[in-house]
Each structure stands twice: as structure tokens, then as C-alpha cells.
Design a binder for this molecule. Structure first.
Ligand SMILES: Nc1ncnc2c1ncn2[C@@H]1O[C@H](COP(=O)(O)OP(=O)(O)OP(=O)(O)O)[C@@H](O)[C@H]1O
Length: 306
């Protein structure tokens, strides 16, 4: 479990993280979402003891990072996948880490298999693609078999196959009962990966909610309807109190009714339908609405308005 209580960080007169209170629980992937500059990386660095908070605390399994007995065996992190000596092989890199953290050598082979790097494990890392570098970073994070995992933008720059691999891995790590905390600025990706969401904007928590709840709250249901007789159908729908909006391409968006209800109404009126399909506002749109007022370069907008 990861806990932040009143967690704050100022750099000079700039507040990067402002009194965060949250808990990241085991057994689920928790997505940490926010626009650029929202404070995601700072929060993760504070959790991992790479920066000192100006106020409050960040705890992993009830302890501050610096008080952990064997940090790599309690928390694994992927922050900067390029932080590897280019002349070293993946195997050597992991062996050094294992040795420095009293982790058995046999674990190196296991994690290389797990991330799919076994076949290239003895080549110098400098020839690695971005995706291979990410896999090596993840192998390092998993080396100590930790109960808590922290990934900062793990899918950045990856091809669809790499993105799918990371998504599946995270979900299986959570299913094993681990705490998986992963940052991203892509709502659509998180919607496929995370079960819980923490949204941050300008250093403050904007939402702390289950993914399903977020989807239900923010993705508005509507129907796209096309008919050659809008002059008949639209007044009929309006008389039943339904909101009808033209879509601009000859179709209409109908709010507040099921497809069955609209279909039957049209049938009773003898009106043909050329399209009747449910639509949802995309989660990306919902995320942008939520964080839109809190992007860094929009100064002087009160957070309450976000
Ligand atoms: N070492 C630092 N010195 C000064 N300001 C910093 C430092 N690190 C971060 N900041 C500032 O703190 C704020 C939060 O930055 P942070 O990198 O945590 O955001 P982020 O959500 O991770 O953004 P991104 O998605 O762009 O990585 C930004 O305004 C940033 O400019």
C-alpha cells in the first residue's frame, strides 16, 4: 500500500505538489492521471525518496522509503528507462543490482524471461530499442519481487504491441495482489488498464475514484439517429421531453431515451430510420473537461472551477 498524507513539494516559489492525501491499495492497478506539469513525477519521486517533501509524508507499507530495510525488495520503480550504462549487457546490469541488494542471482534469469529479454540478455544495452529499454527497466523493478510497483509513463513512445504487453503485465501484477501505481497523461490508455483512478491537476487531487464510476459519471449516453423524415420524428421526440440536437451531418443526437424506445416510436409513426446507434462521450473528453482548468499554462484559474 502507498499512502500520501498532506504531501507537498515546493521548488522555490513554485508549488509542484500541494497537500496530497491519497491511498493506493493492493490488488488493483491505480492510474495516476494529469496533464503535463500536474505533479505526477514529483509525487512519484517523493514516494520513492528521491526528493524530500516540503510538508507531509509518503509511506510505502507504512514506512517512509528511507526507513525500508531492503527497498528493492519492497518497492520496484520504473522512472527513467534510459538510466542504464550503455556498454553493459542487460544481464550484467541486473546482476549488479541484484548483488547490491542481496537478491539471489537466479532471479536475474527469471525476470529476463518474464520481460521477454532472455534472447538478447548478453548484448550491450546501447543497441536496445525504446521498447527493449522499457522492458529492462521493468525487469529491474521486478527483480526484488516487490509488493509495490511504481511506473512513471511506462508506455511513452512504445508501439501498440509494447503498449499491450505492458498493459497485460500490470494487470497480472495487480492480480497477484501487488500495489501497482502507474502514471500517464493518456486517459484512453488508462481506461483499458486501471481499475482505480487518481486525477491530479496543478499539484492537487481532482478525482479519486473507481474507473467504472468515472466512466459512468463522465461518459454521457446518447443516441445518434438518422431519418429521411426528421420533420416528423424530431417533434415527436421533443413532445416526450427528450433533448434532440442536430449533429451537423444530417443526423441527430437524442438524449435520455433507449434505442428501443426511439425505434418503437419511429415505427408507430411510420418513419424509417437509417441509423440508430448509441454513442458515448470519450473518456479523453471527460478527462480534459476535468483537468482543462488546471493545465499549468492557464494561470490564475481557481481550482474549484476545475
Ligand atoms: N526539480 C525541479 N525544480 C523546479 N521545478 C520543478 C522541478 N521538478 C518539477 N518542477 C515543477 O513542478 C511542477 C510539476 O512537475 P512534474 O514533473 O511533477 O509534473 P508531471 O505531472 O510529471 O508532468 P509531465 O507529464 O510533463 O511529466 C511543474 O511545474 C514543474 O515545472
Amino acid at each position: 500500500m502507498i499512502e500520501a498524507r498532506g504531501l507537498s513539494k515546493r521548488y522555490g516559489d513554485r508549488t509542484a505538489v500541494d497537500g496530497l492525501d491519497f491511498t493506493v491499495r493492493p490488488g488493483a492497478v491505480t492510474g495516476f492521471l494529469g496533464p503535463n506539469g500536474a505533479g505526477k513525477s514529483t509525487t512519484m519521486r517523493l514516494i520513492l525518496g528521491l526528493d524530500r517533501p516540503t510538508g507531509g509524508t509518503a509511506l510505502i507499507g507504512g514506512r517512509r522509503y528511507r526507513d525500508l530495510h531492503a527497498p528493492l525488495r519492497q518497492v520496484g520503480a520504473l522512472l527513467d528507462a534510459k538510466a542504464v550504462h550503455g556498454g553493459r549487457s542487460a544481464r550484467d546490469h541486473l546482476r549488479c543490482l541484484a548483488e547490491a541488494n542481496a537478491i539471489p542471482r537466479c532471479r536475474v534469469g527469471e525476470v529476463l524471461e518474464l520481460v521477454g529479454l532472455a534472447a538478447v540478455a548478453d548484448r550491450p544495452c546501447r543497441g536496445f530499442s525504446l521498447g527493449m529499454g522499457q522492458r529492462l527497466g521493468i525487469a529491474a523493478a521486478l527483480l526484488g519481487d516487490p509488493a509495490v510497483l511504481v511506473f512513471d509513463e511506462p508506455v511513452n513512445g512504445l508501439d501498440p504491441e509494447g503498449v499491450r504487453w505492458i498493459r497485460t503485465l500490470m494487470r497480472s501484477l495487480a492480480a497477484e495482489g501487488r500495489t501497482v501505481f502507474v502514471s500517464s497523461h493518456l486517459m484512453s490508455e488508462m481506461a483499458l488498464t486501471a481499475e482505480h483512478l487518481l486525477v491530479i491537476g496543478r499539484g492537487r487531487i481532482l478525482a479519486d475514484t473507481g474507473m467504472r464510476e468515472f466512466i459512468e459519471t463522465h461518459s454521457e449516453l446518447g443516441l445518434r439517429v438518422r431519418t429521411p423524415r426528421p420533420d416528423v420524428l424530431c417533434p415527436l421526440l421533443a413532445r416526450r421531453g427528450l433533448r434532440v440536437e442536430p449533429e451537423g451531418d444530417g443526423a441527430f443526437r437524442v438524449h435520455g431515451a433507449s434505442a428501443a424506445a426511439v425505434g418503437e416510436l419511429a415505427a408507430r409513426a411510420g418513419v424509417a430510420l437509417h441509423e440508430l446507434s448509441p454513442v458515448r462521450a470519450s473518456l479523453e473528453e471527460a478527462f480534459l473537461r476535468l483537468t482543462g482548468q488546471s493545465v499549468e499554462y492557464q494561470a490564475d484559474v481557481p481550482l474549484e472551477a476545475a
